[in-house]
Design a protein around this ligand. Structure first.
Ligand SMILES: C[S@@+](CC[C@H](N)C(=O)[O-])C[C@H]1O[C@@H](n2cnc3c(N)ncnc32)[C@H](O)[C@@H]1O
Length: 251
């Protein structure tokens, strides 16, 4: 199972410069946040290290943050404490969300930063989306961001090594992604991520994790959203862009 526990401590080396702080991460969703009522109730269901959840709480929203990785949930709780905001944190796989929250609880659910491909194939993805949909109030919205997997698969298996050092917390690291692209879309793919920190004396400390991935075509995702009662309101999908965002509302 995909865990992220081994790289949770060094996850900031994977976050883009523009989204490092909670305020910046939340601001990257300014357009959709404008659709929310005052004092909105929102969920980030793959919260990672918590920048988005803490940023949303800083805007005055009532925020819950969940993740399958215990280490990620701990980091989110620590970040909310550091920023003095209230975020309800729960370790939960997407399928377990209905065990923790009532149906129709949230005005907005976020599943962002390329998370959904970790759901196990079409069946796992639909189960995950079904959980997210259940938790949305009528008219509430799911905000999902995704890699354009059509592009990733077209490039095939490969090694991507960052072309410059990434500096976080005063430390430099080389970030490496190894993409293991399976022959068929529906097969389990693998992505190995390594963060190799280099200290001034030249020592290298590497952390890595092998993650499972089940990529999907955009058209599949759209059909799956419809299947779980979500209607696409906005999509930035473009076959030539690296990432896209979909906003889908609960019918
Ligand atoms: C690429 S990270 C994105 C984290 C964060 N949303 C961001 O943008 O920085 C993917 C996250 O999805 C979580 N995840 C993976 N599989 C999951 C599952 N089945 N249920 C809930 N979260 C999951 C991982 O633990 C990880 O924190």
């Amino acid at each position: 199972m995909t865990s992220y526990d081994a790289i949770a401590e060094v996850y900031e080396w994977l976050i883009s410069d523009a989204k490092l702080t909670p305020a910046e991460f939340a601001a990257s969703f300014d357009d959709v946040l404008g659709l929310l009522p005052p004092n909105a109730h929102v969920l980030d269901c793959s919260c990672g290290t918590g920048q988005l959840a803490v940023g949303l709480a800083g805007l005055g929203m009532r925020v819950a943050a969940t993740d399958a990785s215990e280490a990620m949930v701990r980091r989110t709780a620590a970040l909310s404490e550091e920023f003095g905001v209230s975020v309800r944190t729960v370790r939960a796989d997407w399928r377990e969300l209905p065990d923790h929250f009532e149906d129709s609880t949230f005005d907005m659910v976020f599943c962002v930063g390329n998370s959904l491909h970790h759901a196990e194939g079409a069946r796992g993805r639909v189960a995950a989306l079904e959980s997210m949909s259940r938790l949305l109030s009528r008219g509430g919205r799911l905000v999902l961001t995704s890699r354009t997997w059509e592009l990733v698969r077209a490039r095939g298996s490969r090694l991507d090594i960052s072309d410059r050092l990434v500096r976080r917390n005063g430390r430099d690291a080389v970030v490496v992604y190894r993409w293991d692209i399976a022959p068929n879309w529906e097969d389990e793919h693998h992505i190995e991520i390594a963060i190799a920190q280099v200290d001034p004396a030249g020592s290298v400390l590497a952390r890595s994790e092998l993650l499972s991935s089940w990529p999907y075509r955009y058209e599949e995702l759209e059909a799956e959203l419809r299947r779980v009662g979500l209607r696409t309101e906005l999509s930035t999908f473009d076959l030539e862009a690296e990432n896209y965002m979909v906003v889908a509302s609960k019918v």
